[in-house]
Design a binder for this molecule. Structure first.
Ligand code: FAD
Ligand code: SIN
Length: 594
């Protein structure tokens, strides 16, 4: 993980010097050293076994129990850090670092007050890719040395695109290594909430939903302001149902079908009851990768794609958080590093309006892949199109899924009035919220919406959802005109009854807001998705500035551009990453065989 230890080590490597491990009274290493020395944690005091810290984590667990056992002992703790919603099995060292202050990984999104042994506050400073590839003796030495591993394909990134590529490539007979710079699996994918768009699926059919490829194409192009690459949209839409089938074949449950912004019909697939789609999909893909014995290396940052004189991929240079620079020999690489929403310097350089904005993204969404691919000759497209998600919870710093609106919530301002069609595309919804007083708005819903979507329980558990049986009292407690709010909801309920929103032409009016208690979440827009990226063709091959395919180089997911045009529709990214991830994996395997 990028604990401070990791970071100081990486910084030391840039300077060509390995940072000396510290054994201080205020760190875990010093504490364990006092209990019997380095062998308490390490098999060899100077060299961690691998970047996953496999041995070290086993040592933690042999004394303290595994994550589930520790969580069991925290049943009564509010926000138990070990009862994590993250997929995979986060290793102890993801949060508990040895030689520097420990930091709670959850705080990369939330802000909890944990009394953590030897704990510090979350901060992030990682050297840029450019700094890591600038001439330095460790890099040169690693490149001259024999490769530390040999495989057919290196997949960079363990999000949905990377894991889909890895599983698909493996199933076509290729040997795969996955590199992940974070200590945890899943990237932004593990945070995905509302669902995965697909047209003409068995799930839609079972619910009597009429959809068509033409309609999904039209919605996607319209949402993207018609600058999407039509050839890529054709792949996205044409393979969407097959990608749902592929995932369900691997064990996923995508039986709930709801609506997200900009869609003409219900086509957003998610687990039964409306649980978040991302953690589930990552868990399914991760389990499948493990069942196939795919080598997944955490804390392992890809910094350079190495090519031979003919310009063909011959491997990847890695900067392991604990083992330093080394290279992996491979004939093909799939760049699946995700977007750069969490890198506000990069974001605001491209779109100055977004300077200082919060982000919904995980901490690894910094845009490494763009630099790695560009340095290897890849062309870029549409980088200036960066999307804000309309509803980040002001109190909790977490994104509140569009599915809450899709399932019936309305948006009101401090005057208690609606001001937009709640399920318009998110560029329009975000712009409308930014025009309201305080640049925030309130999501208002009732118990019927709450019970329609399991994901809402997560926000309630986080304590960011004020509630009251009286709408007026709820509004007043939040600084909203309560009497006006009552009138707004009554008028909205009339629209639901008549099936027509006379004020904002909202196309879906799934339920009246009149059951049980009412809820209000204050929300504001935050940087969410980066539409542009590496230029690819409809086979997920990377194109160079000359428009020609770079042999052996594939890209998939949020790192690539062209699929979503100027503005992505909610639910289209999960579809994108699974479809293009599979395609990249299969085509990389085919390439390697040729
Ligand atoms: P990621 O999942 O981000 O994975 C990329 C991985 O690459 C990361 O783990 C990263 O650490 C790693 N990496 C980066 N650089 C390197 C490097 N140099 N070396 C090694 N590893 C590296 N979309 C939907 O369609 N539906 C939704 O419901 C939805 N909800 C969302 C909710 C949230 C809060 C967010 C942030 C996004 C949501 N999205 C949703 C968007 C969607 O989740 C992402 O666009 C998509 O998951 C990106 O997948 P990916 O595999 O391309 O990248
Ligand atoms: C959300 O659930 O609101 C996010 C969906 C997306 O980004 O597609």
């Amino acid at each position: 993980m990028k604990t401070p230890f990791t970071l100081s080590l990486a910084a030391g490597l840039v300077a060509g010097v390995l940072a000396a491990p510290t054994l201080a009274a205020d760190n875990l290493a010093g504490f364990h050293n006092d209990m019997g020395g380095c062998q308490n944690c390490h098999s060899d005091a100077n060299h961690p076994t691998d970047d996953n810290l496999t041995f070290e984590n086993e040592q933690c667990q042999s004394c303290h129990g595994d994550l589930a056992e520790v969580a069991e002992s925290e049943q009564n703790v509010e926000h138990s850090p070990h009862l994590s919603h993250l997929p995979g099995e986060p290793a102890c060292t993801s949060c508990h670092s040895g030689h520097e202050k420990s930091v709670v990984y959850c705080d990369s999104c939330h802000s909890f007050e944990y009394d953590m042994p030897f704990g510090g506050k979350w901060e992030r400073q990682e050297p840029s890719i450019d700094a890591l590839v600038k001439a330095n003796s460790d890099r040169e030495k690693a490149l001259k040395a024999a490769p530390r591993a040999t495989t057919d394909i290196v997949v960079i990134g363990s999000g949905g695109a990377g894991l889909s590529a890895a599983v698909a490539a493996h199933d076509k007979g290729a040997k795969v290594i996955v590199l992940e710079k974070e200590p945890l699996v899943g990237g932004n994918t593990k945070l995905a909430a509302g669902g995965m768009n697909a047209a003409m699926t068995q799930q839609q059919k079972a619910k009597g939903i009429e959809d068509s490829l033409a309609l999904m194409t039209e919605d996607t192009m319209k949402g993207g302001r018609n600058i999407n690459d039509p050839a890529l949209v054709e792949v996205l839409v044409g393979h969407s149902a097959a990608s749902v089938d592929w995932l369900t074949g691997l064990g996923a449950d995508l039986n709930d079908v709801g609506r997200m912004g900009g869609a003409s019909v219900n086509r957003t697939h998610r687990p039964t009851g409306g649980a978040g789609v991302g953690a589930h999909v990552v868990q399914v893909l991760y389990d499948n990768a493990n069942q196939r014995d795919i080598d997944i290396r955490f804390n392992s940052r890809a910094v350079e794609i190495i090519k031979d004189e003919a310009g063909q991929v011959k491997g990847v240079l890695v900067n392991g958080a604990h083992t330093g620079y080394y290279w992996i020999k491979a004939e093909a690489v799939v760049v699946a590093t995700g977007g750069f929403g969490r890198n506000n310097d990069r974001v605001s350089e491209l779109d100055p309006k977004l300077k200082g904005f919060a982000a919904t993204n995980h901490p690894g969404a910094t845009g490494d892949g763009l630099d790695v691919a560009k340095n290897a000759g890849a062309a870029m497209q549409d980088l200036e199109y960066i999307q804000a998600h309309p509803t980040l919870s002001v109190a909790g710093g977490v994104m509140v899924t569009e599915a809450v609106r899709g399932n019936g919530a309305i948006l009101v301002n401090r005057d208690g009035k609606r001001f937009v069609n709640e399920i318009t595309t998110r560029d329009k919804a975000s712009a409308a919220i930014l025009e309201q007083e305080g640049k925030t708005a309130f999501l208002i819903f009732d118990d019927s919406v709450r019970h329609s979507l399991k994901k809402i329980e997560r926000y309630i558990e986080l304590g960011v959802v004020p509630t009251n049986a009286s709408l007026k009292a709820l509004g007043e407690a939040q600084g909203i005109d309560g009497a006006e709010l009552e009138k707004t909801v009554a008028r909205y309920n009339e629209f639901v009854a008549s099936g027509q929103d006379a004020d904002f032409a909202r196309p879906n009016l799934p339920r009246s807001l009149n059951q049980g208690s009412f809820y209000a979440i204050e929300v504001t827009p935050a940087v969410h998705h980066t539409m542009g990226g590496v230029k690819i063709d409809n086979q997920s091959e990377v194109l160079g500035d000359d428009g020609k395919v770079i042999k052996g180089m594939f890209a998939a997911g949020e790192v690539s551009g062209g699929v979503h045009g100027a503005n992505r529709l909610g639910g289209n990214a999960i579809s994108d990453i699974v479809t293009f991830g599979r395609l990249a994996g299969e085509n990389a395997a085919k390439f390697v065989k040729q």
